[in-house]
Design a binder for this molecule. Sequence first.
Ligand SMILES: Cc1ncc(COP(=O)(O)O)c(C=O)c1O
Length: 415
Amino acid sequence: MTAITDPATLDVDRVRADFPVLARRIGERPLVYLDSAATSQKPLPVLDAVERYYWYSNANVHRGVHTLGTEATELFENARRRIAAFIDAPEDGVVFVRNATEGINLVAASYARELLSPGDRIVLTEMEHHSNLVPWQLAAEHAGLELAYIGVRDDGTLDLERAAELLRPPTRLLSIAHQSNVLGTINPVRQLVEMAHEHGAVVCVDAAQSVPHMPVSVRSLDCDFLAFSGHKMCAPMGIGVLWARPELLERMPPFLGGGSMILRVDLDHSTWNSVPHKFEAGTPDVASAAGLAVACDYLDAVGRDRIHAHELSLTRHLLDVLDEVGGLSVYGPGSVPERGGAVSFNVADVHPHDVGTILDREGVAVRAGHHCCQPLMRRLDVDATVRASMYLYNTHAEIDALGAALHEVKRVFRV
Ligand SMILES: Cc1ncc(COP(=O)(O)O)c(C=O)c1O
């Protein structure tokens, strides 16, 4: 695993050596991977952990009396402890899910739909990912709840005056992205939690774009729910985490029914396993949970403060490079640290998919589209954007390569 010697800076060459895919070429050119907000690449220790599980320890968890079953269960439960430590949260609130989307759906279905009453209000923001919009719309429709939205100001930050108006009765729940996947805006979650709690509302944090990139402490955010995906933080696809206050999990009915989540099953009635197992029906993805625990070790070994500082430096450089290219519309806050390393832009009136295609020809992988944020696209008055997003393994030279590729886009489209 990467050993860091200089406490101040991230040794990006050593980090890159841990990610085999980064040595790939796209045609004649080296791959420049700037799509980590969609999914991150995976380092060797994580790949090893997954492989080791299937080679040597594969068994189902919680049921087997044999050695392999016990080992797999230990691996799975140790992963739960490791993740709780990683987000500085009590361990019995860690529920394994498939991804952030499933975590938010669990809260919407088992908390909002079941424990809120008709006329109660849920507050969201205009910058949310569909994963943090649609589950609440489904719950609201089912349970007669009202939805209201905190608007996005022209500078890409939230309208906090509107938030103060909305975060009072009948609001019972706020669900908000910690970091926007389009604008890069880092929202003042701690402040919003205080405002919501003052009036008795609970807060769900969509941490899909924050837990991978910066130190996140559930204890200091003081939130009630927090969801994120393993695959955006160097872990495999198929594993995610919902952290919830254990006392809320106690009150919430199960989300999915099946094996593992029960205590006793009769033909006409069942009782539930203890928290958090009550919310983990069926066979879990043990290998990916083991991989996620190793991803936590990996990110901590590199240093999360160091990763965050590296990304802020890359973001600053990217904003300068986009400025130098000229003729672009860049969305979201114009300076760090109000924003993180997901940066959206458009090149004059060239369609983002065309920009993405030319960039790919130059070896640069970015995302083009609505980024699962259609309401935000409408707020920005665009159909789509190009998004470059960075992680611990990106370099300043790669940002320069994006700049050169954007000049090529301008040349091709004569803009
Ligand atoms: C802010 C945000 N929330 C939620 C999600 C959903 O993540 P997943 O598809 O892993 O469930 C994403 C994915 O891009 C995201 O960026």
